[in-house]
Ligand binder design. Structure first.
Ligand code: HEC
Ligand code: HEC
Length: 306
């Protein structure tokens, strides 16, 4: 048989067809694996410690509002009205919605008992047992029972919003990131049986340590900064908060406060708004002093290894 142009074209077409089938099979596998990881259910190593929710207590609600708006970042994802909103929407990453947490139609927290709130906020698990995706529960583990109760009371005091919770739909790149463990679940990073870091509010390093858990999601558990885990790839790396020459060595409280609450570095340049300094601008002086004392008390570490 002579190798005519036609034969070559036929071979090429078969090859191309084969490749398309292979890619489709591989993608199908990826969809399967990533869907299974999102839907997998887990059991907590210990019973959820239920707490008293101070519903209707104006002081507790004000406290909850302060924590939510200026430290915990809940509204960045769940929306200023807590009615839920889209966090990410592009072809490669997919469409990610943080759910509606109000009492309105479309909310996922209607019918939540107090333990369901605690399980979500402290352990990163939904009532049906799936690990919450993207919800940074690892940053809330050191909040006291009183503070977690205040946060819940505040959210429950908000007007109902009718908005559907549209869930998480992953795009191809993020399916790969989930399937290969490059995007992790807070549940898997939390030590669920560890004792909570306890301290009473005041301008002390001990209280700063409690508050600083909310900084660790970006600045790392060791606070030396680097690429932000589960962060958007276009974000700048978080910086070193330890008193190393590459970080905050020799900073005065005012210099720390200017950077942390106003985005202004000692050399006059401004920090990116990925660093939530606008939300932090209303942090109280006591809490800012506590954070300053805590970071200055840390052993200096070189920048960038978390
Ligand atoms: C980085 C974004 C982000 C931040 C910040 C965040 N959440 Fe979430 N949260 C989510 C997403 C996304 C889900 C849904 C995850 C899922 O269904 O897998 C969620 C789920 C929840 C749920 C559980 C709903 C359910 O389906 O069981 C509660 C309760 C909740 N968040 C409360 C809070 C509170 C309170 C704060 C602040 C203290 C907060 N979240 C901060 C993104 C966030
Ligand atoms: C959402 C991620 C995120 C969170 C949460 C966050 N930071 Fe940052 N922070 C950053 C990024 C990113 C930078 C660097 C920004 C830049 O390079 O412009 C930064 C920079 C800083 C700097 C400047 C440090 C230096 O060496 O120049 C300080 C101070 C700081 N953050 C303090 C805090 C404190 C305190 C908290 C917690 C209360 C916190 N940050 C929480 C992302 C974050």
């Amino acid at each position: 048989m002579a190798w005519t142009v036609r034969t070559w074209l036929q071979l090429f077409a078969w090859g191309l067809g084969g490749l398309v089938v292979l890619v489709a099979l591989a993608y199908g596998g990826l969809v399967l694996v990533s869907n299974r990881m999102l839907a997998a259910t887990v059991t907590l190593p210990a019973a959820v410690q239920d707490i008293q929710i101070p519903d209707g207590n104006p002081e507790a609600i004000a406290r909850g509002r302060y924590l939510v708006e200026h430290l915990a970042g809940c509204t960045d994802c769940h929306g200023p009205d807590f009615g839920g909103r889209v966090i990410v929407n592009d072809f490669l990453s997919g469409e990610w919605w943080a759910p509606n947490l109000t009492a309105g139609n479309g909310s996922v927290t209607r019918g939540f008992r107090s333990a369901d709130w605690v399980r979500a906020i402290r352990h990163g698990v939904a009532p049906d047992g799936h690990r919450l995706f993207l919800m940074p529960s690892n940053e809330f583990v050191n909040f006291s029972d009183g503070d977690v109760g205040s946060i819940i009371a505040y959210v429950r005091s908000l007007p109902p919003v009718d908005r559907p919770s549209r869930g998480i739909r992953l795009g191809p790149v993020d399916r790969l990131m989930v399937a290969t463990g490059r995007i992790t679940f807070a549940f898997d990073r939390i030590d669920h049986t560890r004792d909570r870091t306890a301290a009473t509010p005041g301008p002390t390093a001990a209280w700063g340590k409690v508050l600083a858990t909310t900084c660790s999601g970006c600045h790392g558990e060791g606070f030396s900064g680097g690429t932000i885990v589960n962060g958007n790839p276009v974000w700048p790396p978080a910086r070193n908060l330890t008193p190393d020459a590459t970080g905050t060595k020799g900073w005065t409280f005012d210099q720390f406060s200017d950077a942390f609450r106003h985005g202004k570095l000692p050399n006059g340049t401004m920090l990116s708004t990925v660093m939530p300094w606008q939300a932090f601008s209303a942090i109280s002086d006591t809490d800012a002093q506590a954070l300053y004392a805590f970071f200055q008390s840390l052993p200096p570490r070189p920048a960038g290894n978390h």
